[in-house]
Design a protein around this ligand. Structure first.
Ligand SMILES: *[C@@H]1O[C@H](CO)[C@@H](O)[C@H](O)[C@H]1NC(C)=O
Ligand SMILES: *[C@@H]1O[C@H](CO)[C@@H](O)[C@H](O)[C@H]1NC(C)=O
Ligand SMILES: *[C@@H]1O[C@H](CO)[C@@H](O)[C@H](O)[C@H]1NC(C)=O
Ligand SMILES: *[C@@H]1O[C@H](CO)[C@@H](O)[C@H](O)[C@H]1NC(C)=O
Ligand SMILES: *[C@@H]1O[C@H](CO)[C@@H](O)[C@H](O)[C@H]1NC(C)=O
Ligand SMILES: *[C@@H]1O[C@H](CO)[C@@H](O)[C@H](O)[C@H]1NC(C)=O
Ligand SMILES: *[C@@H]1O[C@H](CO)[C@@H](O)[C@H](O)[C@H]1NC(C)=O
Ligand SMILES: *[C@@H]1O[C@H](CO)[C@@H](O)[C@H](O)[C@H]1NC(C)=O
Length: 657
């Protein structure tokens, strides 16, 4: 039936994503009943974390539906600033970065949203979500009233918050609460002016009605600098402890109002070189049940972890980067598969809430496409004309990634040996300034690897005037603590014996653009693997180089392409692209992750699928079968290698710890 009201509503539709029904939508904190109030009724959320930035857009709906079918009535997500504003003033909200589409899907499925726009998010994400270009101001104090920082935050929020506004619950959308900062009480700055500035900013764009909240560790000490008047204080804590005692910390800041655990850990994060984290289902469901029993609101972090594609992983200190998989031992695996933990959690939720009827969407099928033979293309130093669009930059002392306007990936530093080193001479970074790993060669012959916090010196030999190539890998910026100002590259001088090395030529490398553009795939230069074994003893390393291979999807098998996992038998460490998409880092020689998740949508049935690999240490191609392999089974829990047999002169030995 058409009426003026309907016509007006239709008109509104053109501007707003949702029709606002006549009954006012309201969401608030109720201090009388110690709960939230939704449309005047007492409300409690049972939520799960899902980071849209870690899941391909094509799978958002599948993952959200599985969360809905588990009985959740809300999801929680971060907005990583650096994912949307990679270059100052250049915003990207499309494709896998389409936050609005993600929010719409949540709304359509009947899931409310707890939004955490940061600006700092931690989250095991590069620099905790802050864009690395903030470090252009070298002495910036991030997450504080530093005016350079605040100016950038204001500009970003001026873009982001108006996008979010129509999606607030009271405006017809799914967002019930919005978090201010993240675990600010764990940061040294303790700058209340900064928090007050954020609150003012959020209120000015989102209005006075929206429920703002903070999250901090469940300890009075954390809440001291983390909670602030006018914003609802919540806590986070994992399973296995005393739930009542943990909530007492929240009660210290909020004597009344709903109990909220904003991050209840269903699993835990991993680091390269440490065993895969596992949290038992029994412990998780026990604590979950205890929290739900006392009426608390719970967000499970993570409900699905997903993948740190490309270079998006963060790191902890002493420097320990997180692997590509962010599986987190969550109830849904990295690939969105149902687990025993999923069903056990669903069984707990059932006791407190009617869960949706119907079939839980099944795990996606996986396919083992098998082995693909790889061929060496060329080394990085042989590819500088292709990789370095802007050409080299010269400087007496080394410049960092940010000095060269590069955020992620790899940079090549070149200089000449100033003196004869006929005897092994230490090439060192006395101030531990290799961020994060440097692949060193003299006249094209590998000399060894320097690694932040692990190996600050190697011995090299060579004649005066020999070319020194140092490929430096950014392995992910620190995302937590006071060392988030994480400059990359050679951030301090290197020394050779008693000399400070000088007169550097540096190449910013646009490897992703070159791979995407097919520039490395000039077939004329494809080399067949050498049959003779190149013994680069004692290190068995070869210069960083690109490899390529193709495979076609069989057309006699129905329903292909399907998801798969890629693994690197006898490869060491590197980066892999499939059809130009940067899947992430592999490092089976360190572990625990062995396979990388390859979502089906990256694969083509119409053309051969192109794999490009940048191997940094040594490929198997010079000595044996030179293949990568697609398997249907993930392995992210291999035993890890802690020792680095090739590297001596570690920090530990030199007493830096
Ligand atoms: C924005 O991000 C999407 C998804 O990652 C990507 O496909 C697209 O190329 C990006 N757009 C620009 C202009 O960089
Ligand atoms: C849990 O903590 C509460 C409050 O501190 C305390 O009263 C209770 O005894 C504790 N329970 C257990 C099992 O330790
Ligand atoms: C980096 O970008 C700035 C402008 O943002 C420019 O002035 C500078 O020349 C660039 N540096 C290099 C090495 O390209
Ligand atoms: C490198 O050494 C030179 C000469 O001692 C010094 O002036 C410069 O500040 C040093 N650079 C860094 C980044 O430490
Ligand atoms: C750097 O190069 C200049 C000019 O080529 C030379 O005079 C100087 O000695 C070099 N410095 C070092 C430390 O090698
Ligand atoms: C792989 O590369 C070949 C040769 O450049 C190209 O023809 C083909 O379209 C590529 N495959 C895909 C799926 O992009
Ligand atoms: C890795 O996980 C699989 C599957 O859960 C399990 O069977 C295996 O024992 C685990 N391996 C290690 C080394 O923990
Ligand atoms: C470098 O060589 C010297 C002398 O042979 C040796 O004492 C030192 O341990 C070596 N350092 C490293 C890091 O291999």
């Amino acid at each position: 039936m058409r009426s003026r009201g309907a016509a007006a509503a239709l008109l509104l539709l053109a501007f707003l994503p949702f029709t606002v029904s006549s009954a006012a939508r309201k969401f608030s904190v109720d201090y009388k009943t110690n709960s939230f109030l939704k449309d005047g009724e007492s409300f409690r959320y049972i939520s799960g974390s899902i980071h849209y930035s870690r899941i391909p857009r094509v799978y958002w709906k599948d993952r959200l539906l599985k969360m809905y079918m588990a009985g959740l009535n809300a999801i929680q997500t971060y907005v990583p600033w650096n994912f949307h504003e990679a270059i100052p003033g250049h915003y990207n909200f499309s494709g896998d970065r389409d936050l609005q589409h993600f929010l719409k899907l949540c709304h359509d499925l009947g899931l409310l949203v707890i939004l955490r726009p940061g600006p700092y998010i931690c989250g095991e994400w590069d620099m905790g979500g802050l864009p690395s270009w903030l470090l252009k101001k070298k002495d910036i104090i991030l997450r504080s009233s530093d005016s350079y920082y605040i100016t950038a935050v204001d500009k970003w929020m001026g873009k982001l918050l108006p996008i979010i506004k129509p999606y607030l619950y009271q405006n017809g959308g799914p967002i019930i609460t919005v978090q201010v900062e993240n675990e600010y009480g764990s940061y040294f700055a303790c700058d209340f002016d900064y928090l007050r500035h954020l609150i003012k900013l959020y209120r000015s764009y989102l209005g006075d009605e929206v429920v703002l909240f903070t999250t901090d560790g469940a300890g009075v000490g954390y809440l001291k600098c983390g909670s602030i008047q006018g914003v609802y204080a919540t806590v986070d804590f994992g399973p296995g402890g005393n739930v009542t005692a943990a909530f007492e910390a929240q009660r210290h800041a909020e004597p009344r109002g709903p109990l909220v655990n904003s991050e209840f850990y269903t699993g835990w994060l991993d680091h390269w070189g440490e065993p895969h984290s596992v949290t038992s289902t029994a412990v998780v469901v026990k604590s979950l049940n205890e929290m739900l029993e006392i009426g608390a609101n719970v967000n499970m972090y993570m409900f699905i972890g997903g993948t740190n594609f490309a270079y998006w992983n963060g790191a902890n200190t002493p420097y320990a980067p997180q692997p590509t998989s962010y599986d987190y031992d969550a109830p849904l695996t990295e690939a969105g598969d149902l687990t025993e933990k999923y069903f056990a959690i669903r069984d707990v939720i059932k006791k407190y809430r009617k869960i949706p009827e119907g079939v839980v969407p099944p795990s996606t099928p996986k396919f083992a496409y098998g082995q693909v033979t790889m061929k060496k293309l060329r080394t990085v130093t042989e590819s500088l004309d292709i990789l370095s669009f802007s050409g080299p930059v010269k400087s007496t002392y080394p410049l960092t990634f940010i000095d060269l306007n590069q955020s992620f990936g790899f940079m090549l530093y070149q200089t000449m040996l100033p003196v004869d080193c006929s005897k092994p001479t230490p090439l060192s970074s006395p101030l531990n300034g290799v961020h994060d790993r440097a692949y060193v060669a003299v006249d094209g012959v590998v000399a060894g690897i320097l690694e932040r916090d692990k190996a600050i010196s190697i011995n090299i030999t060579g004649k005066a005037g020999s070319r020194l190539d140092i490929l430096v890998e950014n392995m992910g910026r620190v995302n937590y603590g006071k060392e988030i100002n994480d400059f990359k590259g050679l951030v301090y001088n290197l020394t050779l014996g008693a000399n400070i090395l000088a007169n550097w030529t540096m190449y910013s490398l646009s490897i992703d653009e070159a791979v995407k553009g097919g520039l490395l795939w000039d077939r004329g230069s494809l080399r067949t693997p050498k049959t003779t074994s190149v013994n680069t003893a004692p290190t068995h390393l070869s210069p960083p180089a690109f490899y390529a291979g193709s495979f076609s999807i069989p057309d006699d098998i129905p329903d292909l392409p399907q998801d798969t996992y890629i693994q690197f038998p006898d490869w060491r460490k590197g980066q892999v692209w499939i059809n130009g998409f940067n899947l992430g880092r592999y490092w089976p020689s360190r572990g625990p992750q062995i396979t990388l998740f390859v979502p089906a949508h990256l694969l083509s049935t119409k053309a051969p699928n192109n794999i490009t690999v940048l191997e940094l240490e040594a490929s198997p191609c010079s000595s044996g079968p030179c293949v990568v392999e697609f398997t249907n089974t993930p392995v992210i829990n291999a035993t890890t290698r802690y020792t680095m047999p090739f590297f001596r002169g570690s920090l530990t030995q030199q007493g830096f710890f």
